[in-house]
Design a protein around this ligand. Structure first.
Ligand code: NDP
Length: 461
């Protein structure tokens, strides 16, 4: 019998923590998982899941418009924000229940309290002391509150955006990453006067230039105002739901809500990390090795709190590597290479591998295959939006090292492209693949000749 109360104690009931706890308990380990808020974590409660539901909600006005070209007459539509919020809440409550059930069925103990570390094997859970052989810290992150911004207390973050009492009349969103771009499209689609303010030259700084430019242009054509090279300098409250946003450029914008989406910070404060000897990095994140182990050899950290790649499937993968390594005698390093990802903007972006610019820094010769076309659906709808597809190919090995799609279902395509790129398939494999017709994705296997080449960073031909 072990000297500890538990074989494994998991702090945090999000994607990574729940997966590790459930699998370990399923293997017969004595497991507890502590969560201070709601099971499911950011992804289920106030991230990916409600976000995608709101994306669907915000797309209906365009669907109604597009229907006319197909012969439909749609009566004037009205939207009720409170219905959406209530229905979203019902769905995430259902999912939260499934997470709990999965843990219970596997035999993990659920502790609804904040857990903090007392030493490397001891935890305080709501005033009670427990001990564990191994500990996983999977406490996630929270929006950067931007405390240096005068008037930051008048701002909301993605957490609050889902549950606003009323849909804002006008919103200013700061940031140019996933959250800012997705929410700008959601609010605009729901009829809110939307302005996006981004400090850099072009939104979505880590994505391929072509997609960034096209998405920017398409969002503007829909009516979203995008101000680049600018930042918020003050939020002035003039009354209830009446804010004046001051920008560095000297411009001012009136808004009923201001949302900040300028990145997320790890939730490591007050966790007792020092007491347990766990080191943190400059931004409060917990550095770990390739097996997610911290500097303390019986303590691991998974997911957003490590600030490696802040994505749900990555946290889940990290949890599974932990289980393989520690409980299945199969040492498995975390593999962060070639992670496919989607931005649920409108139109959507799906991407995997290197952007053209990144590839040009690492490879001497590139072939770029690029197609821009109007998706078939829009031929009768009359919508002018283009679809964009781009493959970045290493000119020497012919391996496809980047695949980028903007348009309907781009996220779904990215998942499958992810398999092809992970398998290190070559452009010849793509060329040998029969097209699915008529589809938009067929373009990915029918771009036979390069649009241009890049040699030593310079575009040629
Ligand atoms: P991101 O890192 O994607 O974007 C942060 C944005 O804020 C960047 O545009 C950044 O600019 C800007 N920024 C950073 N600091 C400041 C500052 N001080 N002043 C002004 N602007 C600033 O973070 P998000 O908050 O959008 O999302 C957090 C994470 O959540 C993402 O990294 C992603 O991993 C995950 N996520 C994933 C989603 C998905 O998979 N679809 C959806 C939502 C979130 P710059 O580019 O110049 O650095």
């Amino acid at each position: 019998m072990s000297e500890f109360d538990y074989d494994l104690f998991v702090i945090g009931g999000g994607s990574g923590g729940v997966r590790a706890a459930r699998l370990a308990a399923g293997l017969g380990k004595r497991v507890a998982v502590a969560e201070e808020y709601r099971f499911g974590g950011t992804c289920v409660i106030r991230g990916c899941v409600p976000k995608k539901l709101y994306v669907y909600a915000s797309q209906f006005p365009e669907h109604f418009e597009d229907a006319a070209g197909y012969g439909w007459t749609v009566p004037e539509a009205t939207f009720d924000w409170k219905t959406l919020v209530a229905n979203k809440e019902r769905e995430i409550t259902r999912l939260e229940g499934l997470y709990r059930k999965g843990l219970e069925n596997a035999g993990a103990e659920i502790i609804e309290a904040r857990a903090t570390l007392v030493d490397r094997h001891t935890l305080d859970v709501g005033g009670r002391r427990v001990t564990a052989d191994k500990i996983i810290i999977a406490v996630g992150g929270r929006p950067n509150p931007h405390l240096a911004l005068p008037g930051h207390e008048h701002c909301i973050f993605s957490n609050e955006a889902f549950d606003l009492a009323e849909l804002p009349r006008a919103i200013v969103i700061e940031g140019g990453g996933y959250i800012a771009v997705e929410f700008a499209n959601i609010f605009h689609g729901l009829g809110v006067d939307t302005t996006l303010v981004y400090r850099g030259k072009e939104i979505l700084s880590r994505f391929d230039q072509d997609l960034r430019r096209e998405l920017h242009a398409t969002m503007e054509a829909k009516g979203i105002k995008i101000l680049c090279h600018d930042v918020l300098t003050e939020i002035e409250k003039r009354g209830e739901g009446d804010l004046l946003v001051h920008l560095k450029s000297g411009k001012t914008i009136e808004a009923s809500q201001v949302m900040l989406a300028i990145g997320r910070l790890p939730n490591t404060e007050g966790l007792g990390l020092e007491a347990a000897g766990v080191e943190t990095g400059k931004g409060g994140e917990i550095p770990v090795d390739n097996y997610s182990r911290t500097n303390v050899d019986n303590i691991w950290a998974l997911g957003d709190v490590t600030n490696r790649v802040q994505l749900t499937p990555v946290a889940i993968h990290e949890a599974m590597c932990f289980i393989e390594t520690e409980y299945r005698n199969n040492p498995t390093e975390v593999d962060h290479d070639m992670i496919a990802t989607a931005v649920f903007s409108q139109p959507e972006i799906g991407t995997v591998g290197l952007s053209e610019d990144e590839a040009a820094k690492r490879f001497d010769r590139l072939e770029i295959y690029r197609a821009s076309f109007r998706p078939m659906r829009h031929t009768l709808s009359g919508r002018q939006e283009k679809m964009l597809m781009k493959l970045v190919v290493d000119g020497d090995s012919r391996r496809v090292i980047g695949a980028h799609v903007m348009g309907p279902d781009a996220g779904e395509m990215a998942q499958l492209l992810g398999i092809a790129l992970k398998a290190r398939l070559s452009k010849d494999d793509f060329d040998r693949t029969m097209a699915v017709h008529p589809s938009a994705a067929e373009e990915l296997v029918t771009m036979y000749a390069p649009t241009y080449r890049v040699e030593k960073g310079e575009r040629v031909g």
